[in-house]
Ligand binder design. Sequence first.
Ligand SMILES: [Zn+2]
Length: 318
Amino acid sequence: MIAEEPILQSAELEIRCDECGASLVVKDSSLTARCPYCASTSLVEHALSADRPRPEFIIPFVWGMDRVRQKLRRWIGSSGLFVPSAFKAAALEELHGIYVPAWLYGAVGSADYSVSIGEDYQRVETYTTTDSKGRTVIRTRVRTYTEWRSLSGRYESWLMDLMVSASRGLVNADLESVEPFDLRAMKRYDPRLLAGWSAEGASLELDSCLAEARHEAEARLGQELSGFMPGDSYVDLSYSSEFSEETSSLVLLPVWIGVARYGSKGEQVRVLLNGQTGEVVGSVPKSWTKILLFAFGVLFALLALYSLSAGLLDGALR
Ligand SMILES: [Zn+2]
């Protein structure tokens, strides 16, 4: 009999962050002193939980450490005009590639809807008016009318590949910011693919993830439904939706997380990079001093231009 393959290999440890609740699987050699998500130092080594859901799929890392460093350096260097000067020399710290767990959700969505559909039609009309010489004349014009009819029915759609985070460290909004991932590169989960990387176990409850996924499915169904409406326009669309044949599979996604530290006070910006596509996400700090100086500069230039042209005009008039 073949034993169920463990998610972890023997040389690996699970540590849990007391601050954000993420639970990471790391090799002891790469065990860090800080949580890669929230930089907290309260990490506790943890017994492996046996009932943890097992990943079904994995999207492997394409971007390795060196390439990520170069890309982030370029991103920091080209971060724009209004960034504090110190930011361009920011130090990249705590850079980790982590396999982040997410649920891939699919379902058949059905919506029973009712709506008023408008169809436009044109009619040529004759009307009486007075012309420029005050004579009464008869003219024609084209007018558009809308005819309304009520419509009700059932709309059904396969909603596929909705992704919600199962990680406490990388919340759903953060995951959405590094999406999309190319799902064609998705592979069956194999623990050997984790070699050299950290991975987080699914640390959020499945129920709350599913609620979030249905919420996203609801929004997508609504969008599809409005695109599906016939006619030239519609009003009073109302519908009730339900989801059946739901599927959810746990997938591990490649994400780089790091901190850009800058300035004398050591301010920091969290940076995320999609480990498959290399897309960088981070909110670049703004320097209000630079923005104000720029605004004053523009104002000054306009004033100078104005007084110059006024002066020339003055000179021309003399
Ligand atoms: Zn943490």
